[in-house]
Design a protein. Structure first.
Length: 353
């Protein structure tokens, strides 16, 4: 379970559009910070040998992108400006997630492993998770530290929702301002008032945590992120179980992790780790340039260029990142290595060959 600094909600006790905007920018940064860690683990998996595990990690990473969009829509709706295109937007790995309590969970860029799975479960863990029995877990217990003076991610979003409810109706921009709607991204919510803001932020919380009575999302109908990852932890599929308490159980088909199908990548790579002039350095610089280009396009998308052409540019860059990462992590062109892990750093200029 991730615990955030209580300072994130201090300005929401007597909310103004500016203080709520600051909290929403922090939410965008928090949602984004999980994506590089999820993608690094995803692309370390050989999809032919770990298809089920890769499918789960990919589905969560894609929904984190939706969550970024929903938080940006709410921020735009109250007159704010999402800030995406800046070096400070990218967290440093290894390190805490943005706003999390110092000395708490440290997130790494690392290939998929049982340790990395525990990190993902902690990130997504609800405050009151449903106790579904697991017979043979993949790894040890999920730690749940509880630092003093901290709040959970769910409590952070509840504080934002409460603050939004105290703003005057005139704080919401209507007609819609700089919104990325479902025509561009499925399940996105166009925010023009308190009700649509509540819908957007509740979607983020329920897709990540579920609720106290069901592991299912309200939007989308699949399992919330925590319970998707819990299937890997349990090594089996979560299914309804009528007549049981709770009415959910793990069973067939199994979800197995083939550790031989994980590429032997470095953990927490940095551009400075790759010798200048090598193929590894060029591949990593090119990846980071593409990643930075994606942040620039998302910044434009969230700040008024909400067009199909801009979304198409973002999708093309995402696909390019996927192809580059898979090639780097599979040891291409040399299957024997050395293997290159993308460092997810800000690279605004195109690297020289």
């Amino acid at each position: 379970m991730i615990f955030l600094k209580r300072a994130l909600v201090e300005g929401l006790k007597t909310p103004t559009p500016d203080s709520v905007a600051t909290a929403l920018q922090s939410a965008i940064e928090l949602e984004h910070a999980t994506i590089p860690a999820y993608l690094y683990a995803l692309y370390s998996l050989d999809p032919a040998r770990n298809a089920a595990v890769a499918g789960i990690v990919q589905s969560v990473a894609f929904e984190e992108m939706l969550h970024m969009t929903l938080a940006a829509n709410v921020l735009n709706a109250i007159g704010g400006t999402p800030c995406i295109d800046t070096p400070d937007f990218i967290p440093s790995y290894p390190g805490p997630l943005p706003g999390s309590v110092e000395g708490g969970l440290i997130v790494h860029l690392a290939p998929f492993s049982s340790e990395q799975l525990l990190t993902f479960l902690q990130i997504e863990q609800p405050e009151n998770a449903i106790d579904i029995p697991i017979v043979n877990p993949l790894t040890g217990d999920i730690p749940t530290p509880e630092p003093d003076g901290a709040i959970t991610i769910g409590a952070f979003y509840q504080a934002i929702l409460a603050a939004l409810a105290q703003l005057p109706a005139s704080a919401f921009q209507n007609p819609a301002r700089n919104q990325v709607g479902p025509d561009l991204m499925p399940e996105a919510v166009v925010v023009t008032d308190l009700a649509s803001a509540q819908q957007a932020l509740n979607t983020i919380v329920e897709q990540g945590e579920g609720n106290t009575t069901s592991p299912l999302e309200v939007v989308g109908g699949g399992y919330a992120h925590y319970y998707r990852f819990l299937q890997i932890f349990a090594g089996s599929t979560l299914q309804p179980a009528a007549g049981q308490t709770p009415p959910w159980a793990f069973g067939a088909p199994p979800i197995s992790l083939d550790v031989e199908g994980i590429h032997p990548l470095p953990s927490d790579p940095k551009a400075a780790n790759y010798p200048a002039g090598t193929a590894q350095a060029f591949a990593n610089d090119t990846f980071n340039y593409t990643y930075t280009s994606l942040l620039k396009v998302l910044h434009a998308l969230f700040n008024g260029q909400n067009t199909q052409d801009c979304m198409n540019d973002a999708i093309a860059l995402m696909m390019s990142l996927k192809g580059q990462a898979r090639a780097m992590m599979a040891g291409i062109p040399n299957p024997a290595g050395p293997y290159t892990g993308p460092s997810f750093e800000y690279q605004p200029t195109n690297p020289a060959p």
